[in-house]
Design a binder for this molecule. Structure first.
Ligand code: NAI
Length: 665
C-alpha cells in the first residue's frame, strides 16, 4: 500500500505534505496513518533547510475526517485507550517540538481528530466550498475530543468553544474565520496551496499577523453549567457521559497550563470511551453507514434496473407520504391512483407538506416544479404499461388488495416490480394475486413517511433476490434507511413492539401506574412510553394484531370494547388532552395479583422481552443479520442511538450472555 503522506520541498524551503490515504475516499487517523506520520516526522527531522510545512489534502472534498472509528470501537480497557491517545499526542508534540511554522491548508471536511490536528498547527487557512466544514462530532459518538480539541479550541477562540464541542455544530469556512478557528480564507476558485505556502513563509519571516487573543476564562464555570442544563434538557435528563465529560475537560482544563489541561482531557477521554454509551453510539454510527449505502445489503454484482416511472396506488395517509418522498428526493415522474374524490385532497395535502419543507429550505426545487412530476388517475390507463415500479398502499383488506392486484396485473408490463405497503398481510399470501410473484415484495413504510427514516423491505416466499435488490435501490433513491426481513407478524419493528406493549400492560395490571411504566421507558431513552405510543397509533391496531396472533390481551380488549381507540382516533383513549391519564380508563384495567416493580425492573423487564423477540427473529431467520433489528428499532421507533439498538445494548450490559450464553455481535 502506498504512503498516506507525501512531502515535496520547494525551492524556498517550504515542505508541502499531501494527505491522501491510498484506496480510501476519506483521510482518517488510522494506525497506518500514524505510522506514516512518524516516518514523515523522521524525514522532517533530518531534512536540511526546511523553513515551514504546509499540510494539504489530496482528496476532492476531505481534509481529514477524524479518527478511525473501528480503531476507537476496539478499545476495551484503559491501557488500550491510553495507547490510542498517545498516538495523537506524541505525533502532534513531535511536530510542535521542531519549532517550524506549520499551516493546515483545508478544503473539504475537517472533523474531530482532523480538526485537532489543524488546531495543533501554527495556523490554518481554508478554501470556501460546499464540502468545507469544521466540526467536532465526538459528542454524538458518546465521546469527547481526545487529541487536544477541548484544550486548544477554547484557548484559541474563548468560551464559545463550549457550545461548538457540546453540540457538534458544523461551521462553514467563513464561520470558522469569523470565530478565529482559521486565520485566512481563500475563495472557492482560489489557489489554496499557493496562498498557504505564502502564508507559511510569512509566518516564518514574522510578517504574518496572527490573532491569538488571551481569553478571560473567569466566567467559564457559569458557561459550562448553563451548557450542561441545556444539554440535559435535550436528553430529558439522561446523562450521556461523553459530552458531559467534554464540558468538564473544558471547564477545568482552561484553568490549567496547556500541558496539564491535555492530561486532564486524556483521563476524561479514557473514561468516556469505555462507557456503553460510547460503544452504543459508535455502533449506531456504523448502522447508519450500512443503511446510508444499502449496496452492501444487495446481492453481489447486482446492477439496478432502469427506474424511470413509478406509481403509487392509494392516496391515503401512507400513499401521500410515499409520493412526497419520491417527489422531493428524486426526479422520477409519479403516477398516483385512487378513487376520483381522493385525488384533489391528496394533492392538496402533498402541496401543503412540500410548501412547509420549502419554507425551511428543505426542498431543492420550487413546489410547483416538484408537483409538476405528479399525475393522478382513477383508471388503469394505458400509461400503466410504462411503469417500472408500483407501490400499493390501498386499504388493509385482503379482498380489496386481491381485486387491486388483479386489475393492476392486466395493465403493467411483466417486468414491472410491485411492492405492497401492507402492515399485516403476509406478502406470500398476496403473491398469487399478481402475475409475476417473483417480482412482488413488500415495502413497509412508517408514518409520517417524510419524517420516519426507516422502510422494511419484505421478502415473501416467492420474492426473487433481484426484486429485493431493486427495492433496496429504490429505498436508497428516496433516501430511506432500509432493512430486509421475511414475512412475519409485525415484520421486525412491530414484532419487537408487541412484547414491549404486552409487558407494559402486564405491569400495569399488576399494580404499576400507567405514568410509571411510560416514564420508565422514556427515562431509558425511548421517545414515548409504550402506553402513549399505543394511544397515538390507535389502540385497536395492536389489539387486532395481537388477537390475530392468538393473544387476546385483556386490558386492550376492555378499552377497545369501551370504544376507546385512542385520543386522536376516537377522542378517548388512555390519556386526556392535557397529557394526564384519563381516570375513566382505570376501571378498565384487568387487575391481577399485585406485583409492583421499580423503574429499573420495568425497564429491564420490557427490554428483556424485546431482546427475546429479537433472538426469535434471528432463530426463525426473519432477519439474516442482527444489525437489521437494531437499525429497525433506531430509525423505525426512535430507540436511543447511544444504546446502539436493543440487541447491541443487551450485549453491552451483559444481558445477552446472561440470557443466551453469548453475544449477538
Ligand atoms: P388510508 O385509508 O389512509 O388510505 C387508503 C387509500 O386507498 C384511500 O385513499 C382509498 O381511497 C384508497 N383505495 C382503496 N381502494 C383502492 C383501489 N382499488 N385503488 C386505488 N386506491 C384505493 O390507509 P393507509 O393508512 O394509507 O394504509 C394504506 C396501507 O398502508 C395499508 O395496507 C396499511 O396497512 C399500510 N400501512 C399503514 C400505516 C399507517 O400508519 N397508517 C403504517 C404502515 C403501513
Amino acid at each position: 500500500m502506498g504512503k498516506m503522506l507525501n512531502m515535496v520541498v520547494d525551492e524556498s524551503g517550504i515542505g508541502v505534505v499531501t494527505i491522501d490515504s491510498p484506496g480510501s475516499k476519506v483521510n482518517i487517523w488510522s494506525l497506518e496513518a500514524f505510522e506514516d506520520f512518524r516516518r514523515l516526522l523522521s524525514e522532517l527531522e533530518i531534512a536540511k533547510g526546511i523553513r515551514g510545512v504546509v499540510f494539504i489534502s489530496g482528496k476532492a472534498d476531505n481534509f481529514l475526517a477524524g479518527a478511525d472509528l473501528k480503531m476507537i470501537a476496539q478499545i476495551e480497557d484503559e491501557a488500550e485507550a491510553q495507547k490510542v491517545l498517545e498516538l495523537f499526542h506524541r505525533a502532534f508534540e513531535r511536530l510542535l517540538a521542531m519549532g517550524l511554522p506549520t499551516v493546515a491548508a483545508i478544503h473539504g471536511h475537517c472533523l474531530g481528530g482532523g480538526l485537532e490536528f489543524a488546531l495543533a498547527c501554527t495556523a490554518r487557512i481554508a478554501r470556501e466550498g460546499k464540502a468545507t466544514c469544521f466540526n467536532f462530532p465526538e459528542g454524538s459518538l458518546g465521546l469527547l475530543p481526545g487529541g487536544g480539541g477541548t484544550q486548544r479550541l477554547p484557548r484559541l477562540i474563548g468560551a464559545g468553544a463550549v457550545e461548538l464541542i457540546l453540540k457538534g455544530t458544523s461551521l462553514t469556512a467563513a464561520q470558522a474565520l469569523e470565530l478565529g478557528i482559521i486565520d485566512r480564507l481563500v475563495p472557492a476558485e482560489g489557489d489554496l496551496l499557493g496562498e498557504a505556502r505564502a502564508f507559511c513563509e510569512a509566518i516564518g519571516a514574522g510578517t504574518a499577523e496572527l490573532k491569538r487573543p488571551v481569553h478571560d476564562f473567569s466566567g467559564i464555570d457559569a458557561v459550562a453549567e448553563a451548557a450542561r442544563s441545556e444539554f440535559l434538557k435535550g436528553t430529558r435528563g439522561r446523562e450521556i457521559p461523553g459530552p458531559l465529560l467534554a464540558l468538564q475537560a473544558i471547564g477545568e482544563g482552561v484553568k490549567l497550563p496547556l500541558r496539564e489541561g491535555l492530561e486532564l482531557e486524556k483521563q476524561l477521554f479514557v473514561k468516556a470511551v469505555l462507557t456503553p454509551e460510547a460503544k452504543g453510539s459508535i455502533h449506531s454510527f456504523f448502522l447508519k453507514g450500512m443503511t446510508d449505502r444499502p449496496q452492501a445489503m444487495m446481492s453481489e454484482g447486482f446492477v439496478p434496473l432502469p427506474l424511470e416511472k413509478v406509481a403509487v396506488l392509494g392516496f391515503g395517509t401512507m400513499g401521500r407520504g410515499i409520493v412526497i418522498d419520491i417527489l422531493r428526493n428524486t426526479r422520477l415522474p409519479v403516477l398516483v391512483k385512487d378513487v376520483p374524490e381522493a385525488l384533489e385532497p391528496g394533492k392538496a395535502f402533498v402541496r401543503k407538506i412540500l410548501a412547509g419543507m420549502a419554507e425551511k429550505n428543505r426542498l431543492r426545487e420550487p413546489v410547483d416544479t416538484v408537483l409538476g412530476r405528479l399525475t393522478m388517475t382513477s383508471e388503469y390507463a394505458p400509461v400503466f404499461g410504462e411503469l417500472d415500479l408500483v407501490i400499493e398502499a390501498v386499504f388493509e383488506d385482503l379482498t380489496v388488495k386481491k381485486q387491486v392486484y388483479g386489475e393492476l396485473s392486466r395493465v403493467i408490463r411483466e417486468d414491472c416490480i410491485v411492492a405492497s405497503n401492507t402492515s399485516s398481510i403476509p406478502i406470500t399470501a398476496m403473491a398469487p394475486f399478481v402475475t409475476a410473484p417473483a417480482r412482488f415484495g413488500g415495502t413497509h413504510f412508517f408514518s409520517p413517511v417524510w419524517l420516519m427514516q426507516l422502510v422494511e423491505v419484505i421478502r415473501g416466499e416467492t420474492t426473487a433476490a433481484a426484486t429485493i435488490d431493486q427495492l433496496l435501490h429504490f429505498a436508497s433513491l428516496i433516501r430511506k434507511r432500509p432493512i430486509v426481513c421475511s414475512d412475519n407478524a409485525g415484520f421486525v419493528v412491530n414484532a419487537m413492539l408487541f412484547p414491549h406493549l404486552l409487558n407494559a400492560l402486564q405491569y400495569i395490571e399488576e399494580g404499576n401506574a400507567i405514568e410509571e411504566v411510560d416514564r420508565a421507558m422514556t427515562r431509558f431513552g425511548m421517545p414515548v412510553g409504550p402506553i402513549r405510543l399505543t394511544d397515538e397509533v390507535g389502540i385497536d391496531v395492536p389489539y387486532k394484531a395481537l388477537v390475530g396472533m392468538g393473544i387476546p390481551q385483556e386490558t386492550l380488549k376492555k378499552v377497545v370494547a369501551a370504544g376507546r381507540f385512542g385520543l386522536k382516533k376516537s377522542g378517548k383513549g388512555f390519556f386526556l388532552k392535557d397529557g394526564t391519564v384519563d381516570p375513566e380508563v382505570l376501571p378498565l384495567i384487568a387487575r391481577r395479583e399485585p406485583h409492583p416493580r421499580s423503574e429499573e425492573e420495568i425497564q429491564l423487564g420490557i427490554l428483556t422481552a424485546m431482546v427475546r423477540m429479537g433472538k426469535d427473529l434471528l432463530d426463525r431467520q426473519i432477519v439474516a443479520d442482527v444489525r437489521m433489528i437494531d437499525a429497525g428499532m433506531i430509525w423505525g421507533i426512535g430507540f436511543p442511538a447511544d444504546k446502539g439498538g436493543p440487541m447491541k445494548w443487551a450485549d453491552l450490559i451483559g444481558l445477552s450472555r446472561k440470557l443466551f450464553g453469548r453475544n449477538f455481535y
